[in-house]
Each structure stands twice: as structure tokens, then as C-alpha cells.
Design a protein around this ligand. Structure first.
Ligand SMILES: CCCCCCCC/C=C\C/C=C/C(=O)SCCNC(=O)CCNC(=O)[C@H](O)C(C)(C)COP(=O)(O)OP(=O)(O)OC[C@H]1O[C@@H](n2cnc3c(N)ncnc32)[C@H](O)[C@@H]1OP(=O)(O)O
Ligand SMILES: Cc1cc2nc3c(=O)[nH]c(=O)nc-3n(C[C@H](O)[C@H](O)[C@H](O)COP(=O)(O)OP(=O)(O)OC[C@H]3O[C@@H](n4cnc5c(N)ncnc54)[C@H](O)[C@@H]3O)c2cc1C
Length: 609
């Protein structure tokens, strides 16, 4: 499809999905699944996952009563317009202004510079009638920082931009289809006025007289919508990773190369230890991210309930966990999809393998809802704060509770003696805890050598990110182990999950061996025992690998992959797909008479001379 066709077709699908949601009718959770199976980025994502939650989280009761019924019935369509051309990560650096005019009781929205243009918001370019806009609030010449406002963008009769608004699509993005179904947009305000009651005023207010009244709740609640979406992105990472792994596993069982004895059949590539060493950790990650996603959903629900009761104690941890796990799981999934493409050899590069499109549509997850490095630095700040409070009498809680055992974890030596010890959950956990804590403490010690903490933080950014990743990996491993300790239905399922859990943990040890060795969390002998155990786990997973991806229950239609077909009938279908290509519509291609023939003839002439 051309971009215009793709965009219009996504509108058609979105509206059809919305019709089904109402007609069937579907619950909120079922609606999200329907959106998931629509399988294309579109304006509904932003409307439901960001615009509506932003109003719910930051609007007053009155504002919710006014706007939510309209949004819930989709009589208005909204997006989340925070990022600008010049600033995305640095939210405090946004330039759009919202200046209160006491004469008219209005805010004047203005884009003072080119870099202050809103740039990137999905659904903004062509669809949304409204947006939650983030702008610097100015009253009586004073800048109060960034706040949210509900703004109508387009005329409700003919969809034209309202006077004072310049709006459009930012252009083609990575890939052919992929994220191009979405109208990521730009927007500039030229002294555009909105009534005062369209500032989202749950967190802070501007009175009729123009007085700014800050709230007594943390200003970070303004970032609540991002926390909510980051949480869902973790579960989505599992879905995307599982999809790629399903394709690569099934195809690896079908594909044969080398190893033929006396004209017999060749070896299935899934039987090569190198293939297993690349594939099975990704299979394990798909399961691991699902379990950590379930746990994160619980954590998010818990913090939301606490916030409603004005208990803000767990907000920093919820922020650190959602930011860190969003970052870690999306980076691993993007890399994992690309690895699955390579695991499928040359055919993985064909569009009909389903992998190029999956990669192209998935990879911006490393950037949207917060650049992955910037988010790990938030985790690092949280860890440095926690380390600095050790010994102050305030016991670390939640995912940092292990830091409370710092005295032991800083000096303990791993008691792994044989390969099977690496299947002992307590020993594995202690290894990850020791490594995470020692990396964090080492960063804190290095930081303390700087007179200026901010300068020290800048200097140590790379180490801090690694410490944050170590902490996040510990969370994922520990939640997988907790899952195994709970009730698991199905004969033999627990054993399979156990294998995957230890593959997940041990492959991380192998991958980050430098960390584990340099922190003395394990010795090189213990590392080689871990590798030995890992190989043994691969052998155990091998006979069940296809069943473990079938368990994701993805239909062929959803997978959209010739290589990942359930029936394994890959080669005839590759031919079928090839023959569908428009280049094969004619035997002699367009351009033959114009370019190929004259070229060949010229050579023939010179050959005769
Ligand atoms: C089926 C598929 C469905 C997929 C679903 C996805 C659908 C949507 C897909 C795409 C849409 C994409 C949308 C977007 O991208 S929206 C824009 C997202 N933008 C960002 O994420 C920007 C990233 N930047 C930030 O979040 C912040 O600016 C920052 C955290 C990097 C820094 O903030 P700043 O105010 O400068 O703070 P400080 O660093 O000074 O920290 C202050 C203090 O606040 C704490 N804190 C920061 N953020 C939060 C938060 N969210 N919640 C709670 N607390 C927070 C921070 O830790 C500091 O704490 P302190 O040290 O104790 O002071
Ligand atoms: C597909 C897609 C959809 C999007 N949808 C929306 C949307 O609906 N609404 C919306 O408001 N926005 C949206 N965005 C914007 C998105 O949220 C931002 O692009 C994102 O937050 C990253 O910000 P940035 O582009 O400013 O990156 P930058 O911050 O400019 O990052 C550039 C580089 O600088 C590094 N860097 C930046 N700051 C630091 C630091 N302090 N320390 C170390 N390194 C640093 C980063 O790691 C990165 O390598 C979308 C983006 C994409 C790609």
C-alpha cells in the first residue's frame, strides 16, 4: 500500500474495531486485546492509552465529568502532545507556553520558536480533534514549569485546523509499512486561546484572579500517564518477543543444513548448539517478560490505589520499575527480533518471513515513552539514593529490599560447587543480588569521590546505566523464580518453565560475565559450571521447543510468516509468496526495452567489431 492507502486502511480497521467493541460489547481488557489483534499502530492507541488516562489522572472531577463521556464515546478523538522538535527526553525543557490572560480568563498557547513545535505525537497529524498539550504555565510573568492542557485542535464540522493552529504529519518513518500507519504529527500555536478551565487542574490550579495554587501532591504525578504506558509496554515486549521466537523456532525445526551421512537427511538447524545458544535464551526471555509484566501490572495497580488514598510512598519505586523494565525488555526484544531474523538465515530477510516488518514496527519502543538510556538513568538515580540511605535506619523495601542485606552481599562468596547448583534458586538469586549491589555500591563510591555530585553523575553515566540494568535483570530473574514457587497447572509444565527460568538466568551470567567476575560475585570456575549447566538445559528444552512456542497460541494469520507456519510447509509457500510479487506479473520486466535490451545490443555490437 502507499502511505495514504495504509493510513486510510488503518482508519477503516480502527473504526471497525470500535464498532465491534460496542456491538458485542467487549470489556476494557477485551478491547485492548482486539486492538492488539488489529496489529497496526493507529490513533486508537493514543486516544485510549494516553489521552483518556491523562484526563483521568490529571483532571479535576468537573473536568472528568465534562471530557470523559465525550472521549469514552469517541465523540472527540484525542492524542498526547508532549514532545517537541527540540525536546523529548527533557520534559522540563519544553518551550511551548501557556500564558494566563486575566482579562479574558483564558490561556494563550504559543510556540515561540521552531524547536517548540510539537513533533511526534501519534494521532496528531491527521486524526485527533483534541489533544492533551504540555506547555510551560506562565502567570503574571512567572514561569511555573510544564503543565497539561486540554486543547481542541480541529473544527468538529469539517476537521479543518482551528485558526491559530498549524498542524500536519511529520513524514515517512523507518520501514515500509510498520509505524507508517500512524499519523505522528507536528503542531504550532500562534497565540491560540483556550478557556482557563481547560488546564488540567487536579495537581495545581490557576484561579480566576490568575493566582497559581500548587498542590500538595508530588508534581511527578503529571508524568503518571507515561508510567501507565511503560507498564503495558513490558507485557507487550513479551508478546513481540514470543512472536519472533515462534517464527524462528518453528523454522529452525524445519530447516536442515549439513550433516547428511550416506545420502541421508541433513541436520535440523535447531540441533546445532550455536542455534540453541542464540534461540533458547530468547524463548526464555519471552516467558520471563510475560511473568515480570504480570507482576508489574500488580505493582502499578497497587501504586494507583495507594495514590488514590494519598499514599505516595511507593511512587519512586513504581517509577523506577516501570522505567527500568520498559527499557530493559524493549531493548532485549528489539535485539531479539533481529537475532531471530538472522537465525532464519537468508529467508529471514524476506518480507514474508514476518520478521522485517515486526522489527520495523517494534524498534521505536526503545525510544517512545522515554529513550531507554535516559530511563535507565532514572533507575540509577533511584539506586544511588537507596545506597546513600543504607545505614540510615530506613530499610530498603520492594525490589531494593536485597540492599538491606548489604553487609552480607558485599562480602559473600558464591557456594556453587557443581553444575547442578546452578539450578538452586537461592544460589542463583544471591549471585544476581551480589552483582547488582556491588555494581551500585561501586558507582556510589566513585560518585563520592566527586565534589560535585551532578558532575560525578555525568562522568559515570555509562557505569550507572550498567548498574541499573543489573538491578532490572535481578528483578526479572526473581519474578520468574517467584512464579515457579506458585501454583502452576499442567503436568510437566513446571519442569519446562524451570528449565526456561535457569536458561534465562544463566545466559545473562554468560552474557555479562565481565560484571559477575569483576564484582567477584562468581569465580571463573563457577562461570564455566554455569555454561555447562546451560548446555544441559538446552538439551532438555530441545524436544519441547516447538511445543513451547505453540503454547503462545498465535494463529498463522497473526504471525504473518511463511517461515513460522504451524504446518511447517515452508518451501511451497515461499514459492507461492514469490509468485505473488508484482515483478512476476510479467515474464519480461518493465524497463527491458528501455534499459536492458539497448545495453545488451550495444555489447553485441562491440563484440562483433
Ligand atoms: C499492542 C501495542 C500497544 C503498545 C502500547 C503503546 C502505545 C503508545 C505508543 C507510543 C506512544 C508514545 C508516546 C510517547 O512517547 S509520549 C512522550 C514520552 N516522553 C518521555 O517518556 C519523556 C522522558 N522523560 C521523562 O520522563 C522525564 O523528563 C525524566 C524522567 C527523564 C526527567 O524528568 P525531570 O522532571 O527532569 O526530573 P528529574 O530527573 O529532575 O527528576 C525529578 C524527580 O522526579 C522523579 N520522576 C521522574 N519521572 C517520574 C515519574 N514518571 N513518576 C514518578 N517520579 C518521577 C525522578 O525520579 C526524580 O526523583 P527524585 O530523585 O526523588 O527527585
Ligand atoms: C514512533 C514514535 C512515537 C511517538 N509518539 C509520541 C507521542 O504520542 N507523544 C509524544 O509526546 N511523543 C511521542 N514520541 C516522542 C518520544 O517520546 C521521544 O522521541 C522520546 O521521549 C525520546 O526523546 P528525544 O527524541 O528527545 O531523544 P533525545 O533525548 O534527543 O535522544 C537522543 C540521544 O541522546 C541521548 N540522551 C538524551 N538525554 C540524555 C541524558 N540526560 N543522558 C545521557 N544520554 C542522553 C539518548 O540516549 C539518545 O541516544 C514518539 C516517538 C516515536 C519514535
Amino acid at each position: 500500500m502507499t502511505r495514504k492507502e495504509l493510513f486510510k486502511n488503518t482508519l477503516r480497521k480502527s473504526v471497525h474495531a470500535w464498532k465491534l467493541i460496542n456491538e458485542l460489547p467487549l470489556s476494557d481488557d477485551e478491547s485492548l486485546m482486539l486492538r492488539h489483534f488489529m496489529d497496526q499502530p493507529g490513533f486508537l492507541d493514543l486516544h485510549w492509552r494516553m489521552f483518556v488516562p491523562a484526563i483521568k489522572g490529571q483532571g479535576t472531577e468537573e473536568q472528568k465529568q465534562k471530557w470523559l463521556p465525550l472521549a469514552n464515546k469517541m465523540q472527540i478523538i484525542g492524542c498526547y502532545a508532549q514532545t517537541e522538535l527540540g525536546h523529548g527526553s527533557n520534559v522540563q525543557g519544553l518551550e511551548t507556553t501557556a500564558t494566563f490572560d486575566p482579562q479574558t480568563d483564558q490561556f494563550i498557547l504559543h510556540s515561540p520558536t521552531q524547536t517548540s513545535s510539537k513533533w511526534w505525537p501519534g494521532g496528531l497529524g491527521k486524526v485527533s480533534t483534541h489533544a492533551v498539550i504540555y506547555a510551560r504555565l506562565i502567570t503574571d510573568g512567572k514561569d511555573h514549569g510544564v503543565h497539561g492542557f486540554i486543547v481542541q485542535l480541529r473544527n468538529m464540522d469539517d476537521h479543518s485546523p482551528l485558526p491559530g493552529i498549524t498542524i500536519g504529519d511529520i513524514g515517512v518513518k523507518f520501514g515500509n509499512g510498520a509505524y507508517n500507519s500512524m499519523d505522528n504529527g507536528f503542531l504550532m500555536f500562534d497565540k491560540f486561546c483556550i478557556p482557563r478551565d481547560q488546564m488540567l487542574m487536579r495537581l495545581s490550579k490557576v484561579t480566576r484572579e490568575g493566582k497559581y495554587v500548587p498542590s500538595d501532591v508530588p508534581r511527578q504525578l503529571m508524568y503518571g500517564t507515561m508510567v501507565s504506558v511503560r507498564q503495558t509496554i513490558v507485557s507487550n515486549a513479551s508478546i513481540a518477543m514470543a512472536r519472533a521466537v515462534c517464527i524462528a523456532t518453528r523454522y529452525s525445526a524445519v530447516r536442515r543444513q549439513f550433516g547428511s551421512q550416506n545420502g541421508g537427511i541433513e541436520t535440523q538447524v535447531i540441533d546445532y548448539k550455536t542455534q540453541q545458544n542464540r534461540l533458547f535464551p530468547l524463548l526464555a526471555s519471552a516467558y520471563a517478560f510475560r511473568f515480570v509484566g504480570e507482576w508489574l501490572k500488580w505493582l502499578y495497580t497497587d501504586v494507583t490505589q495507594r495514590l488514590e488514598a494519598s499514599d505516595f510512598a511507593t511512587l519512586p519505586e513504581a517509577h523506577a520499575c516501570t522505567a527500568g523494565l520498559k527499557s530493559m525488555t524493549t531493548s532485549a526484544t528489539s535485539d531479539g527480533i533481529e537475532e531471530c531474523r538472522k537465525l532464519c538465515g537468508g529467508h529471514g530477510y524476506l518480507w514474508c518471513s514476518g520478521l522485517p516488518e515486526l522489527f520495523a514496527v517494534y524498534v521505536p519502543a526503545c525510544t517512545y515513552e522515554g529513550d531507554n538510556v535516559v530511563l535507565q538513568l532514572q533507575v540509577a538515580r533511584f539506586l544511588m539514593k537507596t545506597v546513600s540511605q543504607l545505614g540510615s535506619g530506613k530499610a530498603p523495601a520492594g525490589t531494593t529490599a536485597y540492599m538491606g542485606r548489604a553487609k552480607h552481599l558485599l562480602q559473600c562468596r558464591s557456594s556453587i560447587r557443581k553444575a547442578e547448583d546452578w539450578l538452586n534458586p537461592a544460589m542463583v538469586l544471591e549471585t544476581f543480588e551480589a552483582r547488582a549491589l556491588r555494581m551500585a555500591v561501586s558507582c556510589a563510591n566513585n560518585l563520592s569521590k566527586f565534589e560535585n555530585q551532578e558532575q560525578g553523575f555525568s562522568e559515570l553515566l555509562a557505569d550507572l546505566v550498567e548498574a541499573a540494568i543489573a538491578h532490572c535483570q535481578l528483578i526479572v530473574v526473581s519474578k520468574f523464580i517467584v512464579k515457579l514457587e506458585g501454583e502452576i497447572k499442567g503436568k510437566g509444565v513446571k519442569n519446562q518453565l524451570k528449565n526456561l527460568c535457569y536458561i534465562y538466568a544463566l545466559h545473562l551470567i554468560h552474557k555479562h560475565l565481565g560484571d559477575f567476575l569483576s564484582t567477584n560475585s562468581i569465580t571463573s570456575e563457577q562461570a564455566s559450571l554455569a555454561n555447562h549447566q546451560l548446555r544441559s538445559l538446552y538439551t532438555q528444552v530441545r524436544p519441547n521447543a516447538v511445543a513451547l512456542v505453540d503454547a503462545f497460541d498465535y494463529t498463522d494469520h497473526y504471525l504473518g510468516s511463511v517461515l513460522g507456519r504451524y504446518d511447517g510447509n515452508v518451501y511451497p509457500k515461499l514459492f507461492e509468496e514469490a509468485l505473488k510479487d508484482p515483478l512476476n506479473d510479467t515474464v519480461v520486466p518493465d524497463g527491458y526495452h528501455e534499459y536492458i535490451r539497448p545495453l545488451i545490443k550495444q555489447h553485441l555490437r562491440s563484440a562483433r567489431l
